[in-house]
Write a protein that binds this ligand. Structure first.
Ligand code: PLP
Length: 363
């Protein structure tokens, strides 16, 4: 077995689409070359389709999902602002940290792990926050939350949403749901390597962009002069050319298959993963009715692994079968597995292979 046989069924990265891998080897172009600018423009247009938005300011931030989170925060809040943040897992907690560093006041609305965001509690947390912030798909718990209801209840506040594990794999409608700022990552349901953070900003939010004393690199006013508009572009930083070419190709694969078809594939394969694990005697961690299709969180019942430790089982899956799955984070470390069926990994054959490998190990 070679490293190229690895089946990546952790919480990301997933196995990238072949088109995305192939594009990494395309000839290098300069970041101001009109041929590259055309690819960037088309990538932004493809991102608009996947985000289901007409937002002009839609582009891939240079950096991973966390850079997207930071860009989505530092341009919109600072000292004197209040942000109500849903915390129902690790990534809501990370938002609180990032928001606090800007000098804004973060009001965390804590939830039990495994539960979706409670919109009534979000609204009750403050009369007139600057921003409501939440994670659409909590990768640490495998829970999907109701963004549309938060959009309907946001009032004058901006709505900022982490779509790292939802974009491309779960129903997501930026314009229809009233999302003002959303960011994602390339290594999950988009089926591309880690390295870029697709970001989209509504016109309403653009009017509220603030000076960002904390960050030069993520200053949206400056970056917008390079990534959008027609004609000559102003240099800000050297675009990660190969990654953008790869994202362009990965988005092409998703749109060629069809957004609805790709979402349905994630649902069908995620359902099969959950059912197969239950058949093997495992339990589902996330609350019923709020389970995320592309990321199954699996509780490990006492005694189900016999004399093996949970880390030992994951380690044998990797060494003997070339399959990666994820362990739990934070309070559920050691108690939960996180199994990703995202992007190109979201195929029935991978579910079948993992279930067979687990059966062999546990026998
Ligand atoms: N938000 C969510 C929901 C995530 O799952 C992740 C990564 O797994 C991040 C943010 C951070 O992204 P990255 O690790 O690419 O910086």
């Amino acid at each position: 077995m070679t490293l190229s046989d690895r089946i990546l069924m952790g919480p990301g990265p997933c196995n990238p689409y072949p088109e995305a891998v192939q594009a990494l080897g395309r000839p290098m172009l300069g970041h101001l070359d009109p041929e590259f600018i055309a690819i960037l423009d088309e990538t932004n247009e493809r991102l608009r389709q996947v985000f289901r938005t007409s937002n002009a300011l839609t582009f891939p931030v240079s950096g991973t999902g966390s850079a997207g989170m930071e860009a989505a925060v530092v341009n919109f809040v600072g000292p004197g602002d209040t942000v109500v943040v849903a915390v129902n897992g690790v990534f809501g907690g990370r938002m609180v940290d990032v928001i606090g560093r800007t000098g804004a006041t973060a009001i965390p609305v804590d939830h039990e792990w495994g539960q979706p965001v409670d919109i009534d509690r979000m609204v009750a947390a403050h009369d007139s926050p600057t921003v409501f912030a939440m994670v659409h798909a909590e990768t640490s718990t495998g829970v999907e939350s109701d963004v549309a209801s938060m959009g309907a209840a946001k009032g004058d506040a901006l709505l900022l949403v982490d779509c790292v594990t939802s974009l491309g794999g779960v129903d997501l409608r930026i314009d229809e749901w009233g999302v003002d700022v959303a960011y994602s990552g390339t290594q999950k349901c988009l089926g591309v390597a880690p390295g870029l953070a697709p970001l989209t900003v509504s016109d309403r939010a653009i009017e509220r962009i603030k000076p960002t004393p904390q960050s030069w690199y993520l200053d949206l006013n400056m970056i917008a002069n390079y990534v959008t508009g027609s004609g000559a572009r102003a240099y800000h930083h050297t675009a990660p050319i190969s990654m953008i070419m790869s994202l362009h190709a990965g988005l092409g694969a998703v749109l060629d298959e069809g957004l609805d078809q790709v979402r349905q594939r994630h649902q069908t394969v995620g359902d099969a993963m959950k059912a197969g694990m239950q058949d093997l005697g495992f339990e589902l961690f996330a609350a019923d009715g709020h389970r995320l299709a592309p990321l199954s969180s699996i509780s490990i019942p006492e005694g189900r692994l016999g004399s093996l430790g949970e880390a030992e089982v994951r380690s044998r899956l990797l060494s003997d079968f070339g399959i990666e799955i994820g362990g739990g984070l934070g309070p559920v470390a050691g108690k939960v597995w996180r199994i990703g069926t995202m992007g190109h990994t979201a195929r029935q054959r991978n579910v079948t292979t993992l279930l067979a490998a687990l059966t062999t190990i546990l026998e």
